[in-house]
Ligand binder design. Sequence first.
Ligand SMILES: [Zn+2]
Ligand SMILES: [Zn+2]
Length: 335
Amino acid sequence: MHASIKTVGRSWQGGKVFCLLVLSALLWGCAGHDPDGPPRQAVPGPKLVVLGTAQDGGFPHAACACVRCVLARSDRSAARLIASVAIVDRSTGTRILVDAGPDIREQLEILQAADPDRPDRVDRSPVDGVLLTHAHLGHYTGLAFFGFEAVHTQDLPVWCSSSMAAYLTENGPWSQLVGIGNIVLGKMEPWKPFEPLPGIEVIAVPVPHRDEYADTFGFVVRGERSTVFYAPDTDSWDHWDPPVTGLLEDVDVAILDATFYSADELPGRRVEEIGHPLMTATMDLLQPLVDSGRLQVWFTHMNHSNPVLGPNPQARDEVERRGFHIAEDGLEFPL
Ligand SMILES: [Zn+2]
Ligand SMILES: [Zn+2]
């Protein structure tokens, strides 16, 4: 089975921003890469590539027999990898991974398959750096594969917050990666732009989230063609100070936490107790920006309970009717 390619163009105030979106889950192999498939079509130049769109527990979720997980287990094209994106520039052969989760092995295969001509690095590192949002299962535990038992990288830059750097330095097994130089921690200052790749600017945005071990960042990624904001995990938008809407005025594409669609997924829990903005609330908040044509919103980090994952199309149809989008593994955005 081959993926369909979907190309979306749009005009932009003050110039043409060209959002070429390539929906190619199967071409990229996320849920079932087909190496004998048709020639790959991809966004040229620097881009942000979606490598996974599921919540930390994966989809199908670990040890779950709900209707959606059973379907995703029987039809791997419906499965999703755990949320992650990469910033890729094939012209320079560089790749930055944004979050390193439990599906990292498959995600590194996907990156390599998409750019098999990338020159080998002396240290065999499959990426040139990693940006970390936070210290929860789905976002950093894949770092272990850069360690002694697996890739055994040398001085791989890993950029994160100061508290995340302290957590990784002080706690095994991550401290071993630091101690033997598999990774080198770079501390990101909130709101201070830096360039992990030439021509690509990243701004770390503090994100309110349950911060048991370290605090949380989202990332504004700014290229010459467009600016993308990536925030896969956050508490309710009510906890943002300053409000997220101000930040989103200045970005073209937002890829946002869609863990839960509605409170129906969490019987017995009050909405205020749910540690994520419901998709319905996010759409209510951002509807004016979306309606104005100034912002594209793509949802990611879906929990297996989320009805946008099926089998009934009602929730997904409602998202699309309102002008929002469900991100797919393999989606690409020009930077
Ligand atoms: Zn998460
Ligand atoms: Zn989290």
